[in-house]
Design a protein around this ligand. Structure first.
Ligand code: URA
Length: 273
């Protein structure tokens, strides 16, 4: 099927649609050996050889959509100069290279999505989609109502005011309280910086929900494949590019098992609050 070059390049997970346009305009892209600089140009990835900087695009026939429960002490980059563990180290038996959708800090844990579908990832991360992400934060000592109120209304950070958030006290303990913060922005270290701004010291930070998708009962370090319904529901659009997805279910040992029928899961516990 003929598709626009920038779409093919971004779907291959190389870079965003806009950055792909720049690659084309800079003369870095060739189709069957001929450099193409015109933005409307199309190609058929199943027939044509498309190269970026002389390297052939690897177009995966299989789209992969993964939900990982990231443990603390892993980085979401694909390589690390300090040799720290990578989240992709946890994806044993995954047939193709996948990329994190956004990032979580080294010590943040919880729900991380990974995919080789660059278009889908871009849609999820686009600010206009305002997908809500919910975090549970363990803070040192006691939280007071005034701090919750300020977090909910928005706090001043060095890169501007934060948008209103949904904030509540989840659990109160002897030494620490747990609060829930749901935000739709995705600024760097946003939750940690919001907490700092109201003098709360973060002891633990865990993402428990991404839009309609809840972390559920996955243990730290384990992952599962999303069902087709979950993929569509998250991005709010049908997947146009064939073929869908490896689907899987979890057996008792929580290891992903391939199945021919996508199983719908996660919907019940994932509602907005
Ligand atoms: N907010 C943070 O501060 N860190 C994360 O990893 C995610 C959100």
């Amino acid at each position: 099927m003929l598709e626009r070059l920038q779409k093919i390049i971004s779907a291959a997970g190389i870079t965003s649609r806009r950055a792909s346009e720049a690659l084309i305009q800079n003369g870095q892209v060739a189709v069957n050996g001929i450099v193409v600089t015109e933005l409307g140009s199309k190609a058929d990835p199943s027939i044509d050889t498309i190269t970026v900087d002389g390297k052939a695009l690897k177009i995966s026939a299989q789209r992969l959509y993964i939900l990982l429960n990231k443990p603390p002490g892993y980085i979401t980059a694909l390589k690390d100069s300090q040799g720290r563990p990578l989240v992709t180290d946890l994806l044993k038996d995954v047939a193709d290279r996948v990329y994190p959708v956004g990032r979580l800090d080294y010590n943040t844990e919880g729900l991380l999505l990974l995919t080789n579908d660059g278009e889908w990832a871009n849609r999820l991360m686009h600010p206009s989609n305002e997908i809500e992400k919910e975090y549970h934060v363990r803070v040192r000592g006691k939280v007071i109502d005034q701090q919750l109120k300020r977090l909910a209304e928005g706090v001043e950070l060095e890169d501007g005011m934060t948008a209103p958030a949904v904030v509540s006290l989840v659990k109160s303990g002897e030494q620490n309280d747990w609060i829930s913060i749901a935000i739709h922005e995705g600024r760097n270290r946003q939750v940690r910086r919001m907490c700092e701004a109201v003098s709360l010291s973060v002891v633990r930070l865990k993402r428990i929900r991404y839009g309609t998708l809840a972390l559920g009962t996955l243990r730290a370090g384990q992952f599962r494949y999303l069902s087709e319904a979950e993929v569509h529901q998250l991005s709010g659009e049908p997947i146009k590019s064939p073929p869908y997805v490896k689907s899987a279910r979890l057996d008792k040992s929580d290891r992903p098992v391939k199945s021919s029928r996508p199983k719908q899961s996660g919907g019940k516990s994932s509602g907005r609050r």
